[in-house]
Design a protein around this ligand. Sequence first.
Ligand code: NAP
Length: 255
Amino acid sequence: MGLLEGKNILIMGVRNKWSIAWGIAQAVKAQGGNPIFTYLGEREKEALIKLTADMGEVAAYACDVTRDEDIDKLFSEIKERFGVLHGLVHAIAFAKSEDLQDTFVNTSRDGFTLAMDVSVYSLLAVSRRAQELMTKGGSILTLTYGGSVRVSPGYNIMGVAKAALEASVRYMAYELGPKNIRVNAISAGPIKTMSAKGVKNFSDILEVVEQKAPLKRNITLEDLGGTAVYLLSELSSGVTSEIVYVDSGYHNMGV
Ligand code: NAP
């Protein structure tokens, strides 16, 4: 028996084989879970179908998290087909590239609002609907980065968005706890993905972690998948409102 046998887990944020959400989806599947996917548009749908070809038949639904009507449709389709949801993985973030290239103080009003909407508000928007389907308890998981608590030059508006995301995890954990729904975040070390490419000097960040982190290496999708399985499964039944670092120990270094 896998650790997630029979559990329906909604996974949002698979773009390609490098996506953190894809690493988590593979780990979920390996533990007997039933991953349910979302994609942004038709182009992304085709890529997702190719990527999941080895998984057999998988459920996948369109959802742009800036559109309430998409989110409503997503959850009504999941309710109709699956009834119960046991887990939700929110691996979604967005910032305008110009806001990651310029100085933080120059962030535009609409760039600030868009980054907060896609990267933070979306967690509330999807969790609000997910809780209705988590009738047997549940686990909600999002992805954050250490640039939320310390300055990571170039991370800019995303650092502020991740700080708000982590605070949202704590507030939601408090509110959803009585329903036995746990809410946690993984603070991932840097890992090469499409989104990461938008961050200035990203390869320098990878090098610094490799040199300075206790494990002397960068993290992998498998590292993230393992911790995600722990947080989504009963192994972590007493754990909620936590920010769990999967960063080779880098965040605890003073120099
Ligand atoms: P990724 O593969 O590019 O995934 C980001 C996902 O967000 C994509 O699937 C993207 O969809 C989706 N997305 C953006 N806007 C959306 C919208 N309006 N509606 C629905 N989906 C939308 O990059 P990733 O690195 O795996 O990112 C996943 C999460 O991990 C993010 O929260 C990121 O901040 C976090 N994280 C990443 C790192 C890192 O170093 N990579 C470190 C710590 C935390 P499309 O591509 O189809 O637009």
